[in-house]
Design a protein around this ligand. Structure first.
Ligand SMILES: [Fe+2]
Ligand SMILES: [Fe+2]
Length: 191
């Protein structure tokens, strides 16, 4: 396994490259933040009900709306381009295939976390009886995210800069933006 610092890579077109990578890495910062919030929630039984409900709702909102967009960025925008650029059996190709598989396992655990957070946002007083389950699911998610984010940050993301062109990186950032703000939804007042 190679460990390459993204910042040490010579940029062919710094603005385009940092754009696509920064978007992906920005999502990782938010994943880590909301995982931390999940761990905190599991031990927040003495917090005011309003704060428990608000935190549970924020966690649920992030993992139900934003995480699927990030996974789609990696499965639908990044993976096909890496698959086309890197030969079968190559370390990066194998890592990318593992990444897609790991998303499925992550989604199963996230579904459990969402159901717990949705219950808590409606009934924050139930925290003492749900705390153990929240702790268990955040522990399992932490473990898989730890390995998953490391794989992406140390093997897959650095390879993006090596094997994809500036044009492909630009396409990627366009696709990721479109996924979040579809232009088809805009109202055109002028023909
Ligand atoms: Fe991922
Ligand atoms: Fe990721």
């Amino acid at each position: 396994m190679r460990f390459i610092k993204i910042s040490e890579h010579p940029a062919k077109d710094a603005s385009v490259q940092s754009d696509a990578l920064e978007m992906l890495l920005g999502c990782h910062v938010r994943i880590r933040h909301f995982m931390q919030l999940g761990r905190t929630l599991a031990h927040a039984e003495f917090a005011p009900s309003g704060e428990i409900a608000e935190t549970a709702e924020a966690i649920s909102c992030y993992f139900s709306k934003a995480l699927p967009l990030h996974e789609a960025d990696e499965n639908e925008t990044l993976f096909p381009r890496l698959q086309a650029a890197v030969a079968e059996g190559n370390l990066v190709r194998e890592a990318a295939e593992t990444m897609v598989e790991q998303h499925k396992a992550i989604d199963e655990l996230v579904a459990d976390l969402l159901s717990l957070c949705d219950s808590l946002s409606q009934h924050p007083e139930a925290l003492p009886s749900l705390a153990r389950r929240i702790e268990d699911v955040t522990f399992a998610l932490d473990k898989i995210f730890d390995a998953h984010l490391k794989l992406e940050e140390t093997v897959i993301f650095p390879a993006i800069l090596e094997v994809l062109t500036s044009e492909q990186l630009e396409e990627m950032s366009d696709e990721m933006r479109e996924r979040r703000h579809p232009t088809g939804n805009k109202i055109h007042l002028v023909n």
